[in-house]
Design a binder for this molecule. Structure first.
Ligand SMILES: NC(=O)c1ccc[n+]([C@@H]2O[C@H](COP(=O)([O-])OP(=O)(O)OC[C@H]3O[C@@H](n4cnc5c(N)ncnc54)[C@H](O)[C@@H]3O)[C@@H](O)[C@H]2O)c1
Length: 391
């Protein structure tokens, strides 16, 4: 396999944008990927200026149509190898669809789209073209998320009875959208965010964490979408009570009005043998409770098979690059792990050996679609007096 450095083109990310920054650091993390160009802003003049002002030389394009067209005129090896989409939710579908139809792999921010129809369309194209696609559910990239998934799906805490998966923030507790914060302005606008603010923005992360760690789906749900801050059209507090595909029950909850909470995402899984607890603000460790035994605390990297709890630990997990435990990893490392795994799939795709992804390394286009289906069903339940609906 070639060790050529892969070229990434960015859609969005100019002028004080947020999530582009961790992504671009994660792209450079291993020295095997780099950002080479971008269509960084909806205004073509600003887009060009923003590209010139980028911290290192990249080629600016006036818009993403121009970027995709011009890049595809270059020979393979010189053009972009994948596209990163870091625009507000309503500008995910169009650039993703256009890139995929040109055969360019896509790494797209969540929530995947603003309608289920759009998500269905992306799934169809990805499946037809057998092309790599990642939905950027960051927290799957923590090594401890991967270990949590192994612990739960291999039955080490028994049959899953109850899951509490949550993402709690406080940054929209007041009218942040009136204070010149662009990240807040579009998130509370149904045209740009979609049908749900809190649920779409962070409830989808909580859902994905549940699905990833347990391997289960929500099959029925009752939803409560609340708006605490006056004048908002969309929810700023989101609670779903659900039934799991194994018959267990779950709470998927999110809030943006819980003052004091920052990025308080976590999951507790109660099985009939034990309980697993993981929190992204303390992501270096997993706590396991087993009845009648001292609590177990597993630190990232400091695990070994045959210790009385683990019988084995997959080589694929142990061989994922990490730094020695005690030197903390974090958000950037999680993003880097997703880009690293995506890079491997892009290289396989280019070599003609890509056979699809099983969702164990990063969230797929189907996972992104599931997030949108979940939000649409939550909206339906909420509208119908919180009726129980099937997903
Ligand atoms: N995975 C995560 O942990 C995570 C965290 C935060 C945000 N997000 C997601 O990332 C996306 C961006 O969020 P953000 O907080 O960075 O937003 P932001 O407002 O900070 O940045 C959005 C950027 O997109 C640009 N843009 C808008 N329309 C465009 C167009 N037509 N062409 C080119 N650029 C355009 C804006 O100018 C801006 O630079 C959202 O979908 C959000 O849900 C994900």
């Amino acid at each position: 396999m070639s060790n050529r450095v892969l070229n990434v083109g960015i859609v969005g990310g100019g002028g004080g944008a947020f999530i582009v920054n961790p992504h671009q650091k994660a792209i450079f993390f291993d020295g095997t990927r780099r950002v080479t160009c971008g269509a960084l802003h909806p205004d073509p003049a600003v887009a060009m200026k923003e590209a010139e002002a980028w911290a290192y030389p990249i080629k600016g394009y006036k818009n993403y149509d121009e970027m995709l067209d011009e890049e595809m005129k270059k020979p393979a090896g010189e053009r972009i190898d994948y596209v990163l989409i870091v625009t507000p939710n309503f500008v995910h579908f169009d650039p993703a669809k256009k890139a995929l139809s040109k055969g360019i792999p896509v790494f797209c921010e969540k929530p995947l789209t603003i309608t289920l129809q759009e998500s269905d369309e992306l799934v169809k194209i990805v499946n037809e073209k057998k092309i790599p696609f990642c939905t950027a559910h960051t927290y799957l990239g923590h090594w401890t998320s991967r270990l949590s998934r192994f612990i739960v799906t291999s039955g080490l805490i028994g049959k899953v009875r109850w899951v509490d998966s949550y993402y709690i923030q406080g940054w929209l507790a007041g009218r942040t959208e009136d204070q010149g914060v662009m990240q807040a302005e579009w998130r509370v606008d149904p045209k740009r965010a979609g049908g749900s603010c809190c649920g779409g923005d962070i409830g989808t992360h909580a859902l994905m964490q549940l699905r990833y760690v347990t391997g289960l789906n929500i099959v029925k749900l009752q939803a409560f979408l609340e708006t605490f801050v006056a004048g908002r059209q969309l929810d700023d507090h989101f609670t779903v009570y659900g039934e799991l595909s194994n018959g267990g029950k779950a709470l998927v909850r999110a809030s943006q009005i819980a003052i004091g909470h920052k990025n308080d995402l976590g999951i507790e899984v109660n099985g009939d043998i034990g309980t697993l607890i993981w929190k992204q603000e303390d992501a270096e460790k997993i706590v396991i409770h087993l009845p009648g035994k001292p609590d177990l605390v597993y630190w990232r990297g400091a695990v070994s098979a045959h210790d009385g709890f683990f019988k084995d630990i997959p080589v694929s997990l142990l061989s994922e690059p990490t730094i020695p435990s005690g030197h903390p990893e974090g958000f950037h490392d999680a993003f880097a792990r997703l880009h690293r795994c995506f890079e491997a799939d892009v290289r396989a795709y280019q070599a003609g050996t890509y056979a699809g992804t099983d969702g164990s390394k990063y969230a797929t286009v189907e996972d992104g679609r599931m997030g949108i289906a979940f939000i649409e069903k939550a909206l339906e339940s909420n509208k119908n007096n919180h009726a129980c609906v099937e997903l």
